[in-house]
Design a binder for this molecule. Structure first.
Ligand code: GTP
Length: 598
């Protein structure tokens, strides 16, 4: 394959600006997939992804395009995940490319993830090819958006293709722009093998499939390879390209994108970001930018039916095969029994995993409120990372506590600036700066504790700005803080699954709000249930769920039998999602609903 005729690129965009739709159109236009095959939405194949309409797992496709210059080009499209939780994976996908097609919705303009992704692309030295999408919409304002791109991002955009990924208008312009503007890959096939893993997947037959960009050298069946970060050696069983399904090839060499199978059984041996080299003829140094996946958010996951503990463990192991970022270890809760403490990249990652366990593995689970990772130094000198509120030491034993803080940037119409600043202030945010993108839109930068983002920041932002603000964040680091553990007692018994770590300054308000919220959620029983919020031995709030008076069936006394059955059915269904806490039945939603308090 002539390197001069290869283009490796990705598509970057803010959520919903049309990345996946454009990817589909490109596959169609190049005849890589037919319209019918397209209906199966290859690039966005996970059911959950389709429902939520966002890309979670990145994938790749190889297309052949005959350009206007008469030559045939091999275009490797690497899809990138579209969410902040997966920024590291995005950055590795970008590192595998020479160019990025930047899709901007011509009716919306630049949004928070447009900027965040563009910065990542620039850091990776990519050529940026701007494209204006949704030109078919009456509200599209291409001229205005061109200026915005030129002013804010500082790249030429007058010539940018103006397309509709939906109707297929001007798709060829995108392909031409990629051929013209994206540089061909450099690299030397005579040097020792150096390949970047930008993604991976688990296949029942092939084992771990590493998605790679070969930077230097050549790899083929039989090559003895070394994963440099994990320092594991394997024999290559198969190499190939994405068409977009796996298609075996004799070899992959410098500049190419494809996959490598080496009977790797454990994804932990083949991390995204790691460098693959030849064991007997290694390259001097690995590619820059590798870091292990670090979970930022932890939560407990318990089977509703305790008997399903082993099944849950199997499910987590299977999910982990495809997702090295998922971590878990066994834990027990007095309230919930045997379960797992799980670590996730962020809230979306957490929700996705929870849903997959319920849907794909059919296990009803209870999840506890998410917690971030705190660093604690005890008075006796011990230091540790706290991922579970239950393990919080007594305040007298704590010398210092640190919590993670993120750099948050919000892009919003200027009308909402006041409201957003108020929100950030409430969330213990520290104002950094504010810049106008154009007359009526601004970028606001804040530093906010991650703990506050976990507490419903996003929904809050959406409702205050009628959905017009966009938001992105990255971890800044750890900072000193003062936090306490808030406990909840139901009918005088502590429910450990409700314990959470809150800022000292907010403990009273949170405790009160939580007691009120639980009062709403917990159904009446035959007896009165006191709900108490405590810090240490101190009760800071108290509410009561009054005792039940009437039997629910009394309502249909004399009514017809089918109605009665229906009512019982309904009750039973409700029951399934209930959890017995001592003498009190708590609906599962209570464990998450406590997050929705202010
Ligand atoms: P993520 O996967 O979350 O990053 O989103 P995305 O950028 O891939 O967006 P997607 O392709 O899923 O498109 C979002 C919505 O915009 C869908 O409802 C599309 O049908 C619609 N859409 C995409 N392109 C166009 C277009 O050119 N015109 C119009 N009118 N709608 C479009």
């Amino acid at each position: 394959l002539n390197k001069e005729r290869i283009r490796n690129f990705c598509i970057i965009a803010h959520i919903d600006h049309g990345k996946s739709t454009l990817a589909d159109r490109l596959l169609e236009k190049t005849g890589t997939l037919t319209k019918r095959e397209m209906e199966e939405q290859i690039l966005d194949s996970m059911e959950l992804e389709r429902e939520r309409g966002i890309t979670i797992k990145s994938q790749a496709a190889r297309m052949v395009y005959k350009a206007k210059d008469g030559h045939e080009y091999t275009l490797n499209l690497i899809d990138t995940p579209g969410h902040v939780d997966f920024n590291y994976e995005v950055s590795r996908s970008l590192a595998a490319c020479e160019g990025a097609v930047l899709v901007v919705d011509a009716s919306q303009g630049i949004q928070a993830q447009t900027l965040a992704n563009t910065y990542l692309a620039v850091e990776n030295d990519l050529e940026i090819v701007p494209v204006l999408n949704k030109i078919d919409l009456p509200s599209a304002e291409p001229e205005r958006i061109i200026h915005e791109i030129e002013d804010v991002i500082g790249i030429e955009a007058a010539e940018a293709p103006q397309i509709s990924a939906k109707t297929g208008l001007n798709i060829e312009d995108v392909l031409e722009a990629v051929v013209e503007k994206v540089p061909a890959p450099s690299g030397d096939e005579n040097k020792p093998l150096k390949a970047l893993i930008f993604d991976s997947s688990y296949d029942t037959y092939k084992g771990v499939v590493s998605y790679v960009r070969v930077m230097d050298g050549t790899v083929k069946k039989g090559t003895k390879i070394r994963f440099m970060a994990s320092d594991k050696v394997y024999d290559v069983v198969e190499v190939g390209v994405f068409s977009p399904g796996y298609r075996a090839m004799p070899e992959l060499s410098a500049g190419e994108v494809g996959y490598i199978c080496a009977s790797v059984k454990n994804v932990a041996d083949a991390h995204v970001g790691d460098t693959i080299t030849e064991a007997n003829n290694p390259c001097d140094e690995s590619l820059p930018g590798y870091r292990p996946a670090v979970p930022m958010v932890f939560s407990g996951i318990y089977p509703v039916d305790g008997a399903k503990y082993e099944e849950l463990k199997e499910a987590l192991l299977k999910l982990q095969l495809n997702d090295a970022a998922l971590q878990f270890e066994a834990e027990t809760s007095l309230a919930l029994g045997f379960g797992f403490r799980c670590g996730f990249l962020g809230l979306l990652h957490m929700e996705i995993m929870q849903e997959r366990i319920e849907r794909e593995f059919n296990i009803d689970i209870i999840t506890t409120a998410p917690s971030v990772v705190y660093k604690i130094e005890k008075t006796n000198g011990d230091k540790f990372e706290l991922t579970n509120p239950t393990n919080m030491p007594d305040p007298s034993e704590i010398k210092r506590m640190e919590e993670p803080v993120v750099k948050a940037s919000i892009i919003t119409p200027s009308d909402f600036v006041g409201s957003i600043m108020e929100l950030c202030q409430e969330k213990r945010g520290v104002f950094i700066d504010m810049q106008y993108i154009e007359q009526t839109r601004v970028v606001i930068n804040y530093e906010i504790p991650l703990n506050e983002i976990v507490y419903d920041f996003f929904d809050n932002l959406k409702s205050r700005t009628k959905g017009y603000a966009s938001f992105d964040y990255e971890l800044k680091g750890y900072e000193d803080t003062a936090l306490v553990k808030l406990d909840i007692l139901l009918n005088k018994e502590k429910v450990d699954a409700f314990s959470m770590i809150v800022p000292e300054s907010k403990a009273y308000a949170r405790g009160k709000a939580m007691a009120e919220k639980l009062k709403e959620i917990i159904p009446r029983h035959q007896f009165e249930i006191p709900i108490q919020a405590t810090i240490g031995a101190k009760v800071i709030a108290r509410t009561t769920v009054k005792a039940l008076r009437k039997d629910v069936l009394a309502k249909c006394y004399g009514g017809d039998i089918s109605r009665k059955k229906k009512l019982l059915e309904k009750q039973k269904k409700g029951k399934k999602k209930m959890r017995q806490m001592g003498s009190v039945e708590v609906p599962q939603e209570a464990f998450m609903a406590v997050l929705k308090i202010d």
